[in-house]
Design a protein around this ligand. Structure first.
Ligand code: SAH
Length: 384
């Protein structure tokens, strides 16, 4: 029988963001390991998941939706699952406290700066979302205001007041999104303050992060995840390494000290720009990054005769695709390190890779998302 446990969060029932709040942390970890064994056990031995010593305040990225409540007053918080009703979350136990404080400040500043919240029903108003990211190692904060138009009359005084309250803010960016739909960020941006990005440090390297680039949201666990991935790659210094779905280049750059060269491929151009900047920022001359679809790139690679000895892949939740995986098999690297944020799509992809001549030697789940049901895992595959 499961222990009776009071969920620590007062918003638990309405919010829906943390599905496992009814379970004590140890129990969550057991359950996640069990899920990995059920889905991945047929491929190899699954190690117990690596949990957090302090499973709170781990999120370095906070998103607040802004809207009018049922009495047409401006409010902000988290969307209730499956709806656009907002749960007015003041302070969230898994989010960084400094990020939450910036969002509260913005909410409280709205009337003085005549900022109207966008109303989906009437299509009037301006501000839709606020996104705040903080580099845990550097303390630098990035604020992204998502609005429907670039016109922001009191922009200078607003930025001045906000940065005075939160001196750790390094950049403020206005992102334009005038479309309906679930996507938070639009494609156009206007720089309001600072260089337009922040920097953070992970595994001894420095990384610049732009508003639309992917960056792991739990830096404490990310260090463990990356060290595990690099360890699984068993590099000797002679290898050509491919970092597929590389984001801002974090895994490849972390591995670069132990490799001859690293090539990263990533679809998001902003992230590729960050990755190239990150190689320079760390004084690395053996890292190259290219923009494009990982599957297409892998196909070209398999035709070109370039043979990476090690391939890292870290695709989104939907997993990789057949084009990538079949070309990967043709390239036949010695070792593949698969970093996955969904054990179900991972199992699907492992089926193909193991049928194609690889064996899962190690499987290590890492708890990147305590209190939620999400599970991250790293798999070492070797050719046999
Ligand atoms: N390895 C990075 C990023 C992982 S997230 C890190 O640890 O931070 C997955 C990344 O895959 C995202 O940056 C996303 O933009 C990218 N991506 C999604 N589809 C892709 C595709 N078809 N080809 C290449 N990259 C893709």
């Amino acid at each position: 029988m499961e222990a009776v446990f009071t969920p620590p969060c007062p918003y638990y029932k309405k919010c829906g963001g943390c599905q496992l709040q009814r379970l004590p942390y140890e129990e969550q970890l057991r359950r996640k390991t069990g899920r990995c064994i059920a889905l991945l056990g047929e491929f190899g031995h699954v190690e117990p998941i690596w949990g957090m010593a302090e499973p709170f305040r781990y999120r370095n990225k906070v998103h607040a939706a802004f809207a009018l409540d049922h009495r047409r007053r401006p409010t902000c918080g988290i969307y209730q699952p499956g709806s656009h009703a907002i749960v007015p979350v003041e302070d969230c136990l898994i989010e960084d406290a400094a990020c939450d404080a910036v969002i509260r400040s913005i909410r409280d500043m709205l009337p003085a700066f005549k900022i109207k919240v966008f109303d989906e029903r009437s299509g009037t108003g301006w501000l839709r979302h606020v996104l705040v990211r903080r580099g845990f190692a550097t303390g630098e904060i990035l604020v992204v205001l998502v609005a429907v138009s670039p016109i922001f009359q009191l922009q200078k005084t607003f930025v001045k007041a906000l940065t005075e309250q939160h001196p750790q803010i390094r950049s403020v960016v206005l992102n334009l999104n005038d479309r309906f739909g679930p996507v938070v960020l639009g494609t156009r941006e206007k720089l309001l303050y600072g260089p337009g990005y922040i920097e953070d440090e992970l595994c001894g390297h420095r990384f610049r992060i732009s508003p639309r680039s992917f960056y792991q949201i739990n830096p404490v666990q990310t260090e463990k995840l990356y060290r595990c991935a690099v360890d699984f790659a068993a590099l000797t210094g002679k290898e050509t390494v491919l970092d597929a779905y590389c984001g801002i280049g974090t895994i490849g750059i972390t591995a670069s000290d132990k490799a001859r060269q690293v090539i990263g491929v990533e679809l998001n151009r902003d992230a590729v720009r960050d990755a190239i900047g990150n190689a320079r920022l760390n004084g690395l001359k053996n890292c190259w990054f290219t923009a494009g679809d990982a599957g297409e790139y892998m196909e070209q690679t398999s035709r070109s005769g370039l043979r990476p000895e090690v391939v890292f892949l870290d695709p989104p939740r939907s997993g990789s695709d057949e084009r990538f995986l079949r070309s990967l098999l043709k390239c036949a690297p010695e070792r593949i390190v698969y970093v996955s944020c969904d054990p179900a799509t991972l199992a699907r992809d492992l089926k193909l890779l193991t049928a194609g001549g690889y064996r899962a030697e190690k499987i290590q789940p890492v708890d990147m998302f305590p209190w939620t049901e999400h599970v991250e895992s790293v798999v070492k595959l070797i050719r046999h």
